[in-house]
Structure formats: structure tokens, C-alpha cells
Ligand binder design. Sequence first.
Ligand code: HEC
Length: 107
Amino acid sequence: MRKGMLSTGIAGLLLAGLAVAADKPDPAKGKEVFEQCSVCHNTDTDDKKIGPSLKGLFKHAALKNGKKVTEENVKAFISAGGNGMPSYADLLSEAEKTNVIAYLKTL
Ligand code: HEC
């Protein structure tokens, strides 16, 4: 009986751990998402491709649209697109956008 309760408790803890892991922004997963962006964006040099380099994006003073570089504004930019940047509103899930932003923050 005691043993049964203990393993139920452990299983519960494991499940809680998994749920937290799934919610946490994951830069490694974001890097995979970014593969489709890298046709247009450099991340290792400042050179422009079709779009501007995203190296050090979160150290820039502002985005191309003049807004401050915050997670929220970058997410809105990726969703909206424009000026040659595709709209990813329907192409990426919320989690994918969160992960790709976590990756951009590492650049
Ligand atoms: C077809 C080419 C293309 C693809 C693919 C593309 N982008 Fe862009 N992106 C652009 C262009 C062009 C701009 C500049 C838009 C502007 O000047 O308003 C831009 C701008 C941006 C900016 C703003 C940069 C700044 O300094 O303000 C971010 C962030 C961004 N893209 C992220 C992404 C992400 C993340 C992906 C993949 C999910 C992606 N882009 C895919 C062409 C592209």
C-alpha cells in the first residue's frame, strides 16, 4: 500500500515536470524552427540576405517598424510580416514562435 502511494507520487512529479518543460521556451527547438527563416536571415554575420541580419537582434535599439525590441513586439513582427517578410501568423504555433524568439535571444 505504502509502496503504491509512493510510485503514484513519483509519477505525478514526473508529469508535472514534463508539463513545465513543455511550457518553457526552448532555444534548441527554436533553432530548428529558424531553419525556414535562414534563407532570408543571417545570424552569424551582420550581412543582409533578403532580410536584415538577426545577429544581436535583442541588443538593437529598435525593430524595422520602430518598435522596441521586446519578446512581444518581435512576436508581433513575425506574425504580421510585411516589406518582404512573410506573415507567420498561421504558419507557426504559439510554442514555435516562443521557441524561435528564445533562439533569437541567444544570437
Ligand atoms: C522571404 C524572406 C524572409 C523569410 C523566409 C523570413 N523573413 Fe524575416 N524579414 C524579411 C525581410 C525582408 C525583413 C525586413 C522587413 C522590414 O524591413 O520591414 C524581415 C524582418 C524580420 C525581423 C525584424 C528585424 C529587425 O531588425 O527589425 C525579424 C525579427 C524577422 N524578420 C524574423 C524572422 C523569422 C523568425 C523568420 C522565420 C520564422 C523569418 N523572419 C523569415 C524576410 C524574411
